[in-house]
Design a protein around this ligand. Structure first.
Ligand code: SF4
Length: 529
C-alpha cells in the first residue's frame, strides 16, 4: 500500500507539487529548489514540531482524525435481514413496525434511551465553546455526557487551595447545564479524571460538591498514546497552568520564550497532561476508595493499546468490578493529537473490539466479573453501531452496551451552531434555505416536537442542542430501529453475531464472523432437505 500521506496531509495543511508521488517516501519523484509548495518536509523546515499537529490556526475551530485505511472497518460486514417471525414483539404485522423497536439500553448501570453517549469532552477549546449544545443535546436525547479531563485545572476562575480544587465555575456550569434538561432517569453526567485531575482532587470535588455520582478514570484515548494536549494562546494562561503543575512547552517562564511569543514567532503554547502508571493492586484500591467517597458507578476509559494491555485493562476492570469500560479505537480523534501518532499508532476499532471480546470469553470461562463495554473510535452512523453491538453477543446478550462518540456529536453541534448564525445574518446557503427554510424553527425538523414537549422551556434550549438531539435521537435512533426491524429484532439485547456476515476473509479471520458466501449453509440445506 503506497504511503500517500507520508509527505502531504490535509490535517497539517501540506501538499505535493506533483501528482505522481513516490509511493515509498511520499515525496514528489523530482524535488526542485524553486518549489513554492509546502509539503510535510518543507513546512517542517520552518515550523518543526508544529507540523506534528493539525493546523494550529484551526485549533478550537475544528476536529481531526486519521484518514489511513486500516484494511478492516465496519463496511467490511453486511447486515443480514430476515423475513420470518418477529423477536421481542408479537408476530403481528400491525404491531411489528420499525417504530416499535426498543433501542434503549443500560450502560454501566445507567439507563439510556439510545445506545450512544458522548465520550469525554474536556478542556479543549472546541468542547468548551460548544458545551451548552453538547450537554443539553445529550440530556434531551436521554443519554450520558462525560465531562473530560483537565476542566478544573484549565478553569482560570477555579479556586485551588493546597493543590486541591475547592471550586470550579466551569465544572459547575458543565454539570448544571446538563441537568437543566435531564429527566432524572435516562443518562447522567459523568466526570472523567486523569493523573492531573486526581492530584487536584477533582473526583472528590465532583462527588462532594456537585452531587455527581459517576467517575470515569482515564488511561488513554484512541487518537494518541500520550496524555491530553491543548493549545494555549495566552502567556498569562500558560504561566497560570505551569504554576498549577501542568507541562507547558515551550517553558512560559523562560524570558527568551516570552520574547519570541510577544514577537509573534509562535502563537500558542502546548499544554500536556501526564500519563498514568496503572498497576492492578493500586487500581483496585483506588476504585474501592472512590466508592467510599460516594461514587455509585465507576467507569474506565482507555485507548487503543497493544493486545496485552487490553487484557491487563480487562483484568483490572474485572477485579475492581468497574461498571463500564470504554475502549477507544485508533482512527478516531477529536481536538489535538499528533497526526503521525493518530494515523500510525494503536489498534483500529474493529480489531480492538475483537481483542476485547476474546478477553471477555476468557473472563467468562473463569466465572469472573465482566464489565459493560462501550466501543469508541470513528463511529458516525447506525450501521456501524448495529454491527459493533451485534458482533459482541457472546451468548446471553451483547457485551457492547453502547457506542461512545466525540467527533460526530461535536460536528452535529458545530454545524447547527454555524447555520443558526448564518440564518441570523441572512447568509444561509441558498440551496439549503430554499429546501429547508431560512429560520431555525423551520430547518430543525425536531423543533415543533421539542416545543410541544417543553412548552415555555423550549426557549431555553440552545439551538445547537437541537442539532445533537436530532442527530442522536431522530437520525441514529430511527436508523437503528429500521435496521433492527429488518432483522426482525425488536429489542437491542436480541442482536447477535448471526445478524452480520463478513465480506472478506480478513474480516472473518479477525472477528470469527462467517463470510456472506458461507454463512447458514447448513440452515439452507436443512430447510430444503
Ligand atoms: S519540496 Fe520537493 S517534495 Fe516537497 S512539494 Fe516541493 S517538490 Fe515536492
Amino acid at each position: 500500500m503506497p504511503d500517500i500521506r507520508a509527505n502531504a496531509r490535509s490535517t497539517t495543511g501540506t501538499a505535493l507539487r506533483l501528482p505522481d508521488m513516490s509511493p515509498t517516501s511520499g515525496m514528489c519523484p523530482i524535488c526542485v529548489r524553486e518549489c513554492p509548495v509546502l509539503c510535510e518536509i518543507g513546512l517542517s523546515a520552518f515550523r518543526g514540531r508544529e507540523v506534528l499537529y493539525p493546523k494550529p490556526q484551526e485549533f478550537g475551530r475544528s476536529t481531526q482524525a486519521s484518514n489511513k485505511d486500516y484494511l478492516l472497518d465496519w463496511s467490511h460486514f453486511q447486515i443480514l435481514s430476515d423475513v420470518i417471525g418477529a423477536r421481542g414483539i408479537g408476530p403481528d404485522s400491525d404491531k411489528a413496525v420499525f417504530e416499535a423497536v426498543d433501542i434503549s439500553t443500560s450502560a454501566g448501570g445507567v439507563p439510556l434511551k439510545v445506545p450512544v453517549f458522548t465520550a469525554g469532552l474536556g478542556s479543549t477549546q472546541v468542547a468548551n465553546d460548544y458545551w451548552d449544545g453538547l450537554a443539553v443535546g445529550a440530556a434531551l436525547a436521554g443519554t450520558m455526557q462525560v465531562i473530560g479531563e483537565n476542566v478544573c485545572g484549565m478553569d482560570p476562575k477555579a479556586k485551588i487551595q493546597d493543590g486541591k480544587v475547592k471550586h470550579s465555575e466551569d465544572m459547575q456550569h458543565r454539570v448544571n447545564k446538563y441537568r437543566e434538561f435531564w429527566d432524572g432517569k435516562h443518562g447522567s453526567i459523568v466526570v472523567q479524571t486523569n493523573v492531573e485531575d486526581q492530584r487536584m482532587g477533582v473526583d472528590v470535588y465532583a462527588l462532594s460538591k456537585l452531587e455527581v455520582d459517576i467517575i470515569e478514570r482515564k488511561w488513554g484515548q484512541g487518537a494518541k498514546a500520550i496524555g491530553g494536549e491543548v493549545r494555549v494562546p495566552s502567556l498569562d494562561q500558560a504561566l497560570m497552568l505551569k504554576r498549577r503543575g501542568y507541562i507547558l512547552i515551550p517553558d512560559p517562564e523562560d524570558p527568551v520564550v516570552q520574547e519570541a511569543f510577544k514577537a509573534g514567532i509562535f502563537k500558542t503554547f502546548e499544554r500536556h497532561s501526564r500519563v498514568g502508571m496503572p498497576g492492578q493492586r493500586s487500581f483496585i484500591e483506588d476504585i474501592e476508595w472512590l466508592r467510599e467517597q460516594g461514587a455509585k458507578h465507576i467507569f474506565l476509559k482507555t485507548g487503543a493499546h497493544r493486545p496485552a494491555a487490553v487484557a491487563f485493562t480487562m483484568k483490572c476492570a474485572s477485579e475492581a468490578k468497574v461498571d463500564l469500560v470504554t475502549f477507544d479505537g485508533a482512527g478516531g480523534g477529536t481536538a489535538m493529537s499528533p497526526v503521525p501518532m493518530m494515523q500510525e499508532c494503536g489498534t483500529p476499532t474493529v480489531y480492538l473490539e475483537a481483542q476485547v471480546l476474546r478477553c471477555i470469553e476468557l473472563l467468562k470461562q473463569k466465572g469472573k466479573h465482566v464489565p459493560d463495554i462501550a466501543m469508541a473510535g470513528g463511529f458516525v452512523n447506525e450501521t456501524q453501531i448495529f454491527k459493533a453491538i451485534a458482533m459482541s453477543n457472546l451468548g446471553d446478550s451483547p457485551c457492547v452496551k453502547a457506542i461512545a462518540m466525540a467527533r460526530s456529536p461535536i460536528t452535529a453541534v458545530m454545524k447547527a451552531s454555524y447555520f443558526v448564525e448564518l440564518a441570523k445574518e441572512g447568509r444561509l446557503p441558498r440551496a439549503f434555505a430554499d429546501v429547508y427554510g431560512a429560520k431555525p424553527e423551520r430547518f430543525f425538523i425536531a423543533a415543533p416536537k421539542l416545543s410541544s414537549s417543553y412548552g415555555e422551556g423550549f426557549k431555553r434550549i440552545p439551538l445547537d442542542a437541537i442539532g445533537l438531539y436530532t442527530y442522536y435521537f431522530e437520525r441514529l435512533g430511527t436508523g437503528l430501529k429500521q435496521l433492527m426491524a429488518g432483522c426482525r429484532k425488536w429489542k437491542l439485547d436480541l442482536l447477535g453475531r448471526g445478524d452480520i456476515a463478513s465480506l472478506s476473509e480478513r474480516a472473518k479471520e479477525v472477528t470469527g464472523i462467517s463470510t456472506v458466501d458461507k454463512i447458514e449453509r447448513d440452515a439452507m440445506e436443512s430447510i430444503l432437505s
